[in-house]
Design a protein around this ligand. Structure first.
Ligand code: NAD
Length: 426
């Protein structure tokens, strides 16, 4: 049976019913959900072996992003996020893009940059020449540092030298990390080759570590939405489409807006990155540096009207994600997240995360360009406020809908509503 990510009415189900429906749709065993997620994917004893000074574990919601059609196949996106409305918004927008034929994505091979800094280089030109002359030998040394990776078809693929001036040189070893994010692998390479590089350059070894600006490992996504799917209330689809394009141009012209625009993209991307046990600090550091590569901080996803009249989005960014290694070794939730994603490679995981990022961006722009972001956001936020006021079970939804209808999503309004409902006869 072909996997589907279209699960209409999923949001109306209970957690148990969702597990049942999702396991059938994904071809998983329902018991796998219980095993992987019941303790949040990580118990205290394992956490204690993972980082230092552990005093407990800290949970976040694990949810499913729906409706993603990527290069003709369906994917369900695992999403770990604490912010209300992110999952619903991404799923809704992915459905709109599905209506335009789905996401098309492609990605670079998983090439990471290993940096070896050299300083006090007396003759930088001679040093660069000597390093390049010994390219073959240096690449062999790099490969010898990561035999397991080489066995899996990865390893050193290139080497380049950059003269930074003032006696500073940096050598980049380009390492194919296959299905790993690669930070540890690449750092191992840098530390193993540094002495020989310094000897050739007649300089002093400085830092030896990856660059998080992994611009050799970019992902590119496009997606279209027919304007008729964008209509909302009295606003026509073409009016909404054009408003979204103007919102994109605003971000392209103004870094103050671009920052918030990209935050919306990361609502989706970070959720997938965290759900699959990947390093969101690394992803953010790389993407923000990439967004500023022209000298002006810019949006990672832009929107225009295509020749056929559709709204067309294009996203490009570096994205180093792993389906092996890192926390996925010890975190049941992360391993389960990767299983839910159903990807076959680190590249495909990056493509899926980028699609969810584009969907999140579209959802935010559509809301901002029409009714504003608060209406939808507050409807969902009202539930958290109801819980904070002490509502449990069915009262959560009743208190939430009362305070939302009142237009006063505050703790005191929720407490009043709860007191009234509690004292009302059944
Ligand atoms: P890792 O150390 O777990 O190495 C990956 C391992 O998986 C290697 O031993 C490799 O041989 C093995 N492997 C098995 N199957 C593979 C396959 N198909 N393709 C590739 N490798 C395969 O993990 P990593 O990816 O090298 O490093 C990621 C970790 O490094 C993350 O936890 C990250 O937080 C951390 N880190 C990040 C930074 C940074 O971003 N600046 C710095 C240091 C460490």
């Amino acid at each position: 049976m072909k996997k589907t990510s279209r699960l209409p009415g999923f949001y109306k189900l209970s957690v148990g019913e969702r597990r049942h429906v999702a396991s059938a749709a994904l071809g998983l065993d329902e018991r796998d959900f219980d095993a992987a997620l019941e303790e949040g994917g990580l118990n205290c004893a394992t956490a204690d072996k993972t980082v230092e000074n552990v005093v407990g574990v800290y949970s976040l919601p694990f949810a499913l992003g729906l409706n993603v059609s990527l290069n003709g196949d369906d994917f369900v996106a695992p999403m770990v996020v604490e912010e209300p409305s992110v999952v619903a918004a991404a799923s809704n927008a992915a459905r709109l893009i599905r209506g335009g034929g789905g996401f098309t994505a492609e990605s670079d091979p998983p090439h990471m940059i290993s940096q070896v800094q050299l300083d006090e280089v007396a003759d930088p030109a001679a040093a660069c020449a000597a390093i390049l002359e010994h390219r073959r030998e240096l690449m062999q040394r790099a490969n010898a540092a990561v035999p397991g990776l080489v066995r899996r078809g990865g390893g050193a693929v290139d080497l380049e030298v950059r003269d930074l001036g003032d006696g500073y040189i940096v050598v980049h070893f380009i390492i194919d990390c296959r299905d790993a994010m690669g930070a540890n692998l690449v750092n191992t390479v840098a530390e193993k080759v540094a002495e020989r590089v310094a000897e050739l350059a007649q300089g002093r070894v400085g830092l030896r570590i990856l660059s998080n600006l992994c611009d050799r490992r970019c992902v590119r996504v496009t997606g279209e939405v027919p304007p008729e799917l964008l209509a909302e209330g009295e606003r026509s689809g073409t009016a909404v489409r054009d408003a979204i394009v103007r919102a994109s141009i605003f971000a392209e012209k103004d870094p103050y807006r671009a920052s918030t625009h990209n935050k919306g993209i990361f609502n989706g991307i970070d959720a997938v990155v965290i759900a699959t046990g990947n390093d969101w600090r690394a992803v953010e550091a790389g993407a923000h540096a990439y967004a500023a590569r022209s000298g002006t901080y810019s949006p990672l996803c832009t929107w225009r009207v295509a020749e056929n009249g559709n709204l067309r989005g294009s996203l490009e960014m570096p994205l180093a994600l792993g389906t092996v290694g890192g926390p996925s070794r010890v975190h049941d939730g992360a391993r389960f997240g990767i299983r839910i994603a159903g990807v076959t490679s680190s590249q495909q995981l990056a493509e899926l995360a980028a699609c969810v990022g584009m969907a999140s961006n579209l959802a935010a722009l559509r809301a901002l360009a029409t009714t504003g972001i608060q209406r939808g956001h507050m409807a969902l936020h009202a539930r958290s406020v109801a819980i904070a006021a002490g509502a449990t079970g069915k009262l959560v939804e009743r208190v939430a809908s009362e305070i939302h209808a009142l237009g006063d999503v505050s703790l005191s309004a929720a407490e009043h509503a709860l007191a009234r409902l509690n004292s009302a006869p059944n």
